[in-house]
Ligand binder design. Sequence first.
Ligand code: AMP
Length: 530
Amino acid sequence: MNVLESLTRRALEQPELVAHEWRGRTLTFAQLWSRATALGTALERSLGDSREPVVVFGHKHPDMLTCMLACLLTGHPYVPVDSSLPADRVRSILTASAAGLVLAPEDADRIGETPPGTVVWESADLERVCSPPTASDASDGSDAGSSSPGAPRATAPDEAQYIIFTSGSTGTPKGVQIARSSVDRFTGWLVDLVSGHVAFEGRRQATVINQAPFSFDLSVMDLMLAWATGSRLVHIDRDHILRLADLFTTLAESDADAWVSTPSFADLCLASDEFNETLLPHLRIFLFCGETLPHATAARLRERFPSAAVINTYGPTESTVAVTSIKVDEQVLRDHPTLPVGATKPGSVILILGPDGSPLPEGEKGEIVIGGDTVSMGYYRRDDLTERAFARIDTPAYTGWAYRTGDAGFQRDGQLFFAGRLDFQVKLHGYRIEIEDIEANLRELPGVLQAVVVPRYAVDSPTTVTSLHAVVQPTELPTGSTLSATVALKRVLRERLPDYMIPKTMSFVAEIPMTPNGKADRAAVAAMTA
Ligand code: AMP
C-alpha cells in the first residue's frame, strides 16, 4: 500500500470529498492537497536540501494534516507535538529533535521558549504560504499530482516518515522513528482488516472517528486509514472529553462507520446509556489499541452495538502502531475472561523470549519481542537507547532486526496474551508513561528529596492501571494538611509534565525505604500504600 499515492489519486479523482472535519471546519482532499503542496514549496525554499525533522505543533486543527502531508511530500520527518504539553516538555522535544522549524497551525502561544535558532510558523504565516495561487486550484484539485509521490523530494521508503516522542525513563522524552515503508505496510494490513466490515468504495463516503492526539501513534491508525481509503476523519478534541453533551452531539452528527480509540475512551462513552447503535447506526467496527481492552468493555460494546465488530489490537510505537489483532465476538468473550490481543499480522514476527534471550515454548510467559517489517529503525539521535531496546536477533524462528517491548506475554493457539510489564512503564487512559520519568521530574522539584510512583490497578482487569499515587520524601514533612501539600506539588509538577502524568494522589513520608544496593525499594513502598 502506497498511502501517498492513494491520497494523490483521491485529490485528483474525488477532490470534493471531505478529508478532515472538526467542530464545523472541513478540509476537502483537494484543499488538503493544494495547501500541502503550497506549504511544501515554502518548506523547500526555507530548508533547502536538508531532510531534517519538522515539528508540527497543535491539536486537532485541519492544518495539522496539511503540515504533516507537506513534510511527507518534501522528505522531512514530522514530529507531532500536542499543544496540551507544558512548555518545558515541548522544549525538551524541540531540543531532542533538533528541529529548526516548528509549524504551528494553532496554539503557538503555548510553545513557550524555543531553543536558539528555532523558527516558528504560526497560523498567519501558514495561511500566507498555504493559500493556493488561484481560487480554482483550491476547489477542483487540478494541481493534484504536481508533486507526485515518486518525486525525488518525498520521503523515501527507508526514511523516517514521522518521529513520535514518548516518555523516557530518565525524565526526557525519546523519539521513535518510523520509516515510510513501515507506515505503508501497516496501513495495507489495516485497510484489509477494516474492509471486511466497512465498504470504502460504496456510494456513501465512509467516516472514521479520531480520538487520539497526533502525538500518540494510535492516531496513525485512523489518519492513514482515512488517507488510504478516502474516508472523512471526524475529530474528537480534548474539550469534547470534558463536555459529554458536546461529545455526543459530535458523534451523532459524524454518523461514523469506523471507530479508533483507546478502550478508556470507550469506557467514558459507555458511562452514558445514549452510547448505542441508535446514536451511530452505521458504525461497523471499533478498533482498539494502546492498553488492555477489559472484558467488560468489549462485552458492553457487543450488547450496545450488535452490528459493529470489536477489534483488539496490540503493539508499541516502536513497531508502527499494531502488530496483532483479534475480533472479540461472543465465542471469544465466553472462552477468555482475560482477552487475548490476537494473532500476528503478516510481515511481523512475535517471539516470547526468556531472561537469557532464548525462545520459550508455547504457553510460557516471557518478554514479547517483535521482529519483521514494521519495526522502527531506532530512537532519533539516541544510539544508546536504541542499543538497549533494539537488536539484530538470531533464533530458529526469526533472524533480523527486533524490538524488545518490555511487555510480558505468552502465546497459545496462535493468539498472543499480554501479561503486564517487566519494567516501570504503564499505560494510563491509553497514555504511555515511564514511572521513572515522573519520579525524575518530581525529584528535581525544590523541597523533594526522593519520590516513588505506584500504579493502582483495576479490580476486574489486573493489567489496567486506573491511577498513579506518588510517595514523596520531602526535605521537611508538611505541617498543614497533606491535601494542600499535594495541591502545591501538583501545581509545580504541571509546569514540567503533561496532565496525564500528574499522580492523582500523593503521600509524604519521612523516609522512603531503600534496597540494600541503595535504590528506592518499590515493593516496600507499594506495600506501605496498599
Ligand atoms: P504505545 O507505544 O504508546 O502504543 O504503547 C505501547 C504499549 O502499550 C505496549 O508495549 C503495551 O504495554 C501497551 N499495549 C498496547 N496495546 C495493548 C493491548 N491491546 N493490550 C494491552 N496492552 C497494550
